[in-house]
Write a protein that binds this ligand. Structure first.
Ligand code: NAP
Ligand code: ZN
Length: 346
């Protein structure tokens, strides 16, 4: 066992405070990573609050992790000491079924989340990236392209792949009209990636307060959802609408913005169910879909794509003792556009 330092919440109502815990000794196929930066995802807030009812306490959040390799096991072939690496939302998965071959292991039951899960074959819970180091199986470690800084690249490990995967799956590209609903951590990555893929990109935000930023990120159009006229102007416009909103909304109103055969993809995961009128789907043969992060192979593909296009997150760097204040600001949509913890402040 090696002692690790981090920040944890002891229960659903507790703030994050300093926490010391054990990390397992590295196995032959493990990579030891000194964590340099960790992005703050809205899922961290849902999980700390037990909003989805699956949290294991104490909880050390963080799944947008970048750092430097400090040691590797004897069977590790792809990484060496000093390499710049990342870890995303899961650290193990089902390896006995065909899922890994199909590159959709994130949807299989054997998935081990980076935090609030359990290490296979051990009683230790998984603890995430708000900490000084991690021990991760080689197969779940990603390479960060040389031209991307470790701080601004950290949010790619969740926000980046969560948008890249549905944009690829539903063929965003030239000739496709794509809407991104919510310009937060996920949404701003969606704008940059969809633009780089060649799609025509529209931001749907609560107000126009971030319009200049959205256009600078690559959006072609920007509308406020607080303006009822938006829903008339844009009716029947989009091939693909990706909803990144973390709260309940009127899904029917957004489905009406799709073309015939258009698809609305939920990546935002509100804690409450939202009722839906069947006629939001039926008249336009529309599809309402969901999407969860991406496979390891697809995450590396996304990182390489971002390296080629020079895409990183727009970040606000914080010290780890500012984390509770950062959560409060995110709950008010007051973030431009991702908080990233500088782990040197731990
Ligand atoms: P975030 O940075 O807080 O951004 C969410 C954005 O949604 C806000 O910036 C805001 O954008 C909009 N919004 C917030 N509250 C709203 C409300 N009441 N009504 C309308 N719009 C609202 O959060 P995030 O980190 O991007 O995460 C977003 C959601 O995705 C969370 O539920 C998270 O758990 C989920 N998530 C899912 C996956 C997956 O694999 N599916 C992965 C990561 C995260 P505007 O200010 O522009 O309106
Ligand atoms: Zn996340």
């Amino acid at each position: 066992m090696a002692i690790a330092k981090g920040y944890a919440a002891a229960s659903a109502s507790a703030p994050l405070t300093p926490f010391t815990f054990d990390r397992r000794e590295p196995n032959d196929d493990d990579v030891v990573i000194a964590i340099k930066h960790c992005g703050v995802c809205h899922s961290d807030i849902h999980m700390v609050d037990n909003g989805w009812g699956q949290s294991v306490y104490p909880i050390v959040p963080g799944h947008e992790i970048t750092g430097v390799v400090t040691a590797v096991g004897s069977k590790v072939s792809r990484f060496k000491e000093g390499d710049r690496v990342g870890v995303g939302c899961f650290v193990d998965s089902c390896t006995t079924c065909a899922a890994r071959d199909l590159d959709r292991e994130q949807y299989m039951p054997g998935l081990v989340l980076t935090y609030s899960g359990f290490e296979p074959g051990a009683d230790l819970p998984t603890y995430g990236g708000y900490s000084d180091h991690m021990v991760v199986k080689e197969g779940y470690v990603l390479s960060i392209p040389d031209n991307l800084p470790l701080d601004a690249a950290a949010p790619l490990l969740c926000a980046g792949i969560t948008l890249y995967s549905p944009l690829r799956h539903w063929n965003a590209g030239p000739g496709k009209s794509v809407a991104i609903l919510g310009l937060g951590g996920l949404g701003h990555m969606g704008v940059k990636i969809a633009h780089a893929m060649g799609a025509e990109v529209t931001v749907l935000s609560q107000t126009l307060s971030k319009q200049a930023d959205g256009l600078a990120m690559g959006a072609d159009h920007y509308y406020a959802t607080s303006d009822a006229a938006t829903f008339e102007t844009l009716a029947g416009t989009f091939d693909l609408l990706i909803c990144t909103v973390s709260a309940g909304i009127d899904w029917g109103a957004y489905l009406n913005l799709l073309k015939v055969d258009g698809t609305m993809v939920l990546v935002g995961a509100p804690e409450e169910p939202v009722p839906l009128n069947a006629f939001a789907l039926i008249p336009g043969r529309r599809t309402l879909a969901g999407s969860m992060i991406g496979s390891i192979k697809e995450t590396q593909e996304m990182l390489d794509f971002c390296g080629e296009h020079g895409i990183v997150a727009d970040i606000e760097t914080i010290a780890i003792d500012q984390i509770n204040a950062a959560y409060e600001r995110m709950q008010k949509s007051d973030v431009r556009y991702r908080f990233v913890i500088d782990m040197a402040t731990l």
